[in-house]
Ligand binder design. Structure first.
Ligand code: ZN
Length: 254
């Protein structure tokens, strides 16, 4: 098997608290990794079907603290383009080395609020691996005090530069809210946060999915002083987007 170089580039400390003290040992570190073969049958149709293919090893070098919010968003969209095109690079990273470099710190450059739907594998969708994305998942990608608290941690402590609310096609939570049928247990607790989108979009599922993602992004942007402050200071960009479960493509809504 061939070997090839893979460069890690770590960012510096984003704040001085004990929770997020950064280790600079990984700066500019280069490691030889063994090229591996992958058999990847990803979500639906065109997305990342790489059976037997030997992949490129060139990974983007992330220096989180020097990225602008727009650069962080572009990194996500570039990763999605690789995913859709079947050119995943994150899978080339050797997990044991990656874990060794992230065991005592994390410095994700982006936060994602996604639905819990099993067809939305967030890291794969954006071609990112360990330590790059701070992901919060809940059915219907809705906000709640706990969800907001988690994302505030991602923004204020970890220093994420972009926060994406990611809805997706054929979302069961939105569909159930439109139908409004009786459901077992506490499932109906999901209805209330999604209801405003349904009130706006009516019974059009796609329109309601998009409206819900936009609503949750607006809620996060306005209801959280931490997130609102980071936006105002130019340190954070909040966007909403839709994931197509058939094509694998992410389309920005705002
Ligand atoms: Zn969903």
């Amino acid at each position: 098997m061939k070997t090839e170089e893979f460069a890690f580039q770590e960012g510096a400390a984003a704040c001085g608290c004990s929770d997020c003290s950064r280790i600079s040992a990984g700066y500019g570190k280069t490691a030889d990794l063994t090229r591996r073969r992958f058999f990847c049958g990803a979500i639906g149709g065109t997305a990342a079907v790489l059976a037997g293919a030997t992949l490129s090893s060139t990974r983007p070098a992330f220096a989180q603290t020097t990225m602008t919010p727009q650069e962080a968003l572009q990194a996500m969209m570039d990763g999605n383009a690789r995913y859709v095109g079947g050119q995943l690079q994150s899978l080339n990273e050797d997990l044991s080395i990656l874990k060794a470099n992230t065991a005592e710190k994390q410095e994700p450059f982006a936060a994602v609020l996604s639905c819990a739907d099993s067809r939305v594998p967030v890291e794969l969708v954006f071609d990112q691996s360990i330590g790059h994305l701070f992901v919060v998942r809940v059915a219907g990608n809705i906000t709640s005090p706990e969800i907001t608290a988690s994302l505030e941690y991602g923004v204020a402590v970890l220093g994420t530069k972009v926060l994406m609310v990611l809805g997706h096609g054929n979302c069961g939570a939105v569909k159930a809210t439109i139908e409004g049928k009786a459901v077992p247990g506490q499932i109906s607790a999901l209805y209330a946060p999604i209801r405003p989108a349904v009130d706006t979009a009516g019974s059009d599922l796609d329109a309601a999915i998009d409206a819900n993602a936009k609503n949750q992004a607006t809620l996060l942007s306005q209801a959280s002083p931490i997130i609102a402050g980071a936006i105002k200071d130019g340190k954070l960009k909040v966007v909403s987007a839709r994931y197509d479960v058939a094509s694998g493509k992410v389309a920005l809504l705002s």
